[in-house]
Design a protein around this ligand. Structure first.
Ligand SMILES: *Cc1c(COP(=O)(O)O)cnc(C)c1O
Length: 421
C-alpha cells in the first residue's frame, strides 16, 4: 500500500491503480495523464455519509477541487450536493446531472449574470460574502419575481494554521462578512423583500490537519445562530465549510469521522441541518499525475529528471511550494540516486521535488501522488502545452473522461487581424 493513496498498490514491483497497472494506462492514453480511482472517490465520500448518518445533513462537494464532469456525475449519483464558486461551475454541475436544489454558491465576486443563472436554476442558497452582494441579489431576485435563499458566510477571524495562500478565515482575508457585521447583515436580509434566510456558513481555509480551528469556527457560528434565533431569525442549516487536510507527505490528517461526529455533538438538540463543503478530502488522494521521464540530466553535482509533465499540468508545487510524493511506476533493483524532478516549462519554479531518491532510467514512468485535488482544475496552457488527458479507473477498466487537448485547441479562440495595407 502507498501511504496516502490506498487504492494504489504494488504488484511484482509495478504500481497499480485498483486492478490496472499504471504502465497499461500510460500505454493506452499517453502521458502526462491524470488517473483517478473510482473506488477511492467513493470510499472518501462514504466516510462522510457514514459519520453523518442519523443527523440531517448535506455534503456539498467543492467543485473547484476537481470539476471533471465524470467526477461530478459520480458524486451526484451518490446523492452529493455541490459548493460552486462561478457560473461555469454551475453549468458543469447541471451538465453532470447534479441537482440545482443541492447547490450552494460561494465566492466574493458573483456577477449579475451568475446570480441570475443561479436563481433561474433554483439553487439551494447563496453564501453571501458582502453587504453589497446581498443588495444585488435582492434586486435581481425582484426582477425575476422570486425569493433568493441566502446564508451569510461569516469570517470568524480564526487562524486555520495552514499555508498563508490557502487561509481564508482571518479578518484580513477577503472572504466572508466580519463577525461584528453578521447580525446587522441578517437583520437587513430579513427586511429585504426578495431574500429568504436559509442558513449560516463559514470556511476558514484549506489543508487543515488539526480540527481545533474548525471546531473554533463552528462554535462561533453556532453562537450566532442562537443569537439570531433570539432575535426572531431562525436558521435552517449551518455549514462549517471544507478545509479537511489530507496526507501528502507525513501529515497526520484528522480522523474525519470523529471530526464530523464532533460537529454533530456541538449542534446538540438545535434543529439545524449540517452542511459540509469538502473538496480536497474527497478527491485529493484518489488521483495521480502520470508522467514519463524525457531525460536524465547531470549538471554540476546535481541530477535532474526532466519529465513530460510541468507546472502547467500541476501548479501546486510552483504555486504553494506544495510537497507531492513521487514514485517510480516500475521498481528497479538498482541503487537509488537523488534527483531534482523538473518539467519542460521555462520557469525555475517548474519543479516537482528535489532530492528525491529514485532508481530510474530515461523513458520510465513516474507517478506524482495525491494529485486528485487542485491538479487538473488549475491546469493551464502556459508554454502552449495542451492540457493532459484524464482517466477514471474502475476495477480493471478505464474510461477516458477528458481527452488530451490537441494543438489546434490551443489557439481555437484566437484570430489574426487583417493587415493595414
Ligand atoms: C475551496 C472551498 C472549499 C473546499 O475546500 P477544501 O479545503 O478543498 O475542502 C469549501 N468551501 C469554500 C467556500 C471554498 O472556497
Amino acid at each position: 500500500m502507498i501511504p496516502g493513496a490506498p487504492f494504489f498498490h504494488r504488484r511484482a514491483g509495478e504500481l497499480w491503480i485498483e486492478n490496472l497497472p499504471l504502465e497499461a494506462v500510460a500505454a493506452q492514453y499517453g502521458t502526462p495523464c491524470y488517473v483517478y480511482s473510482r473506488a477511492a472517490l467513493e470510499a472518501a465520500y462514504a466516510v462522510f455519509e457514514s459519520a453523518l448518518r442519523g443527523h440531517t445533513h448535506l455534503v456539498c462537494y467543492a467543485v473547484k477541487a476537481n470539476s471533471n464532469l465524470a467526477i461530478l456525475n459520480l458524486f451526484a449519483r451518490l446523492g452529493s450536493g455541490f459548493d460552486i464558486v462561478s457560473g461555469g461551475e454551475l453549468a458543469r454541475v447541471i451538465a453532470a446531472g447534479g441537482r440545482a436544489d443541492r447547490i450552494v454558491f460561494s465566492g466574493v465576486g458573483k456577477s449579475e449574470t451568475e446570480i441570475r443563472a443561479a436563481l433561474v436554476a433554483g439553487i439551494m442558497c447563496f453564501n453571501i460574502e458582502s453587504e453589497p452582494e446581498l443588495e444585488r441579489i435582492n434586486l435581481i431576485a425582484g426582477t425575476l419575481g422570486v425569493k433568493a435563499p441566502v446564508s451569510i458566510r461569516v469570517n470568524p477571524d480564526v487562524d486555520a494554521r495552514t499555508h498563508a495562500h490557502i487561509s481564508t478565515g482571518k479578518k484580513e482575508n477577503k472572504f466572508g462578512i466580519p463577525l461584528d457585521r453578521v447580525i446587522p447583515s441578517y437583520q437587513r436580509a430579513a427586511a429585504l423583500p426578495h431574500i429568504a434566510i436559509a442558513g449560516i456558513d463559514c470556511h476558514i481555509g484549506s489543508q487543515v490537519t488539526d480540527p481545533a480551528p474548525l471546531y473554533d469556527s463552528m462554535d462561533r457560528i453556532l453562537a450566532l445562530t442562537d443569537e439570531l434565533r433570539a432575535l426572531g431569525i431562525p436558521l435552517k442549516h449551518i455549514s462549517n465549510g471544507g478545509s479537511i487536510g489530507i496526507r501528502y507527505k507525513d501529515e497526520t490528517p484528522m480522523d474525519i469521522g470523529a471530526y464530523l461526529k464532533g460537529l454533530i455533538a456541538k449542534i446538540g438538540n438545535r434543529e439545524l441541518e449540517l452542511l459540509l463543503e469538502p473538496g480536497r478530502s474527497l478527491v485529493g488522494n484518489a488521483g495521480v499525475l502520470l508522467s514519463r521521464i524525457e531525460y536524465l540530466k547531470q549538471a554540476d553535482a546535481k541530477r535532474f529528471a526532466v519529465i513530460d509533465a510541468a507546472m502547467n499540468d500541476l501548479a501546486r508545487p510552483a504555486m504553494y511550494d506544495a510537497w507531492h510524493e513521487i514514485v517510480a511506476v516500475r521498481q528497479r533493483d538498482e541503487q537509488r540516486l537523488a534527483y531534482e524532478i523538473v518539467g519542460p516549462v521555462c520557469e525555475s519554479t517548474d519543479k516537482f521535488g528535489q532530492d528525491r531518491q529514485l532508481a530510474v532510467h530515461q523513458g520510465d514512468l513516474l507517478a506524482i501522488l495525491s494529485a486528485g485535488a487542485y491538479g487538473m482544475a488549475m491546469a493551464s496552457n502556459y508554454n502552449s502545452r495542451p492540457r493532459p488527458a484524464e482517466v477514471l479507473v474502475d476495477g480493471a477498466s478505464s474510461h477516458l473522461i477528458r481527452s488530451r487537448e490537441t494543438l489546434s485547441d490551443l489557439f481555437a479562440h484566437e484570430k489574426t487581424i487583417t493587415s493595414r495595407a
